[in-house]
Design a protein around this ligand. Structure first.
Ligand code: SF4
Length: 346
């Protein structure tokens, strides 16, 4: 079995596809490059262009669609993705696409969610090792333990969870709809899992009492309120936008907090001269060309799991059909209920 990203994978790809650097290939991908030329130097794009070209050709032959999360790198986001968005948008779009194959540009729980919602489709993740510290922080047994501790309280689980955890929950939420989902619960006490920071940020916007699991996103937990205060001293005009997976004091220090799509919409609409996007680094790069008047300042942190998905691995997954995501139908049916309840609330 060839490991995605290994030298063997690369040499096999080179045998099958024309991956030579050439001016012709650069020309073929000029439209995609025009969306990333502020963040990817020409010399670098020369190397990526053959992959972009090969992927776009092959996905049509394979009847595949590429869904890409907002944290995918700009070459994927602008070069080969058919649909981009946050977890909620991708989950919904997965049910609407006509293609029979979904290539998930994102981490494993996202691919599982697509499979849960579209069981008749083939869902492929280019690197199944692309995990998530939140999804890995909790099991279905832990959910049962929370239910025992807080009898009768409904369980709202973030979509950043495994199929098993979704199946054990009453309803899912994303960072864009978490407050609405919590408010819709027919109980004053709500269990929220697995992100303790998201839960505490939501608790400030609802009258419900929230008890939560203490999971954390390893990317957003790294941001510190002190660091933002320092930035404010040197860049007093900068607008700070933080993801709600950040600790509460970081969110309190920000001017706006929202899901990845909420953050992008805020920048598109307000076009602040200077912005600190307190989230994964790829976000700023992905919208840099669209809003050239906005200056994206640091800091940002990379998600090592999202970074596992590369153009090379996407081409390999299209070529080989690996790795297909499988969710037992009995489990998928229960998990689907939790995800569908969330979608129906929209
Ligand atoms: S950014 Fe955080 S929540 Fe998103 S996949 Fe990476 S570890 Fe998980």
């Amino acid at each position: 079995m060839i490991i995605p990203g290994s030298p063997e994978m690369k040499s096999q790809l080179e045998v099958v596809f024309d991956l030579e650097i050439s001016a012709a290939m650069f020309k073929e991908t000029a439209q995609q490059y025009s969306c990333v030329d502020r963040v990817i130097p020409e010399a670098e794009w020369m190397k990526r262009a053959p992959y972009v070209h090969a992927i776009n050709k092959l996905k049509k032959e394979k009847d595949a669609v590429i869904l890409a999360h907002n944290y995918m790198t700009p070459d994927i986001y602008h070069g080969v993705a058919d649909i981009v968005g946050d977890s909620l948008q991708l989950a919904i779009e997965a049910t609407r696409v006509k293609e029979s194959v979904i290539i998930q540009g994102g981490v494993h729980f996202m691919a599982e969610t697509s499979k849960i919602l579209s069981p008749e489709k083939t869902v492929i993740i280019p690197d199944s090792r692309a995990g998530c510290s939140l999804a890995e922080s909790i099991t279905a047994k832990d959910i049962a333990g929370m239910r025992e501790k807080y009898p009768g309280a409904p369980v709202v689980s973030y979509v950043n969870t495994t199929a098993e955890v979704k199946a054990a929950s009453d309803i899912c939420c994303t960072s864009s709809n978490a407050v609405d989902v919590i408010n819709a619960m027919d109980s004053e006490l709500v269990i929220m899992t697995p992100d303790g920071h998201l839960a505490q940020n939501v608790a400030k916007q609802t009258s419900k009492k929230i008890v939560y699991w203490e999971g954390a996103c390893e990317v957003h937990i790294e941001f510190k309120a002190d660091e933002l205060r320092e930035y404010r001293k040197y860049e007093p005009d900068a607008v700070i936008i933080a993801h709600p997976e950040c600790p509460t004091d970081v969110v309190d220090e920000s001017d706006f907090s929202g899901s990845t799509s909420g953050m992008i919409d805020f920048v598109r609409k307000n076009k602040p001269e200077k912005v600190l996007l307190i989230t994964e680094c790829s976000m700023g790069s992905n919208i840099a060309d669209e809003v050239p008047e906005v200056n994206f300042l640091g800091p940002c942190n990379l998600c090592p799991h999202m970074q596992r998905i590369t153009l090379e691995k996407i081409l390999w997954s299209l070529h080989t059909g690996n790795e297909e995501v499988v969710v037992r139908e009995e489990l998928a049916a229960k998990a689907r209920l939790a995800v569908q309840r969330m979608i129906d609330l929209k």
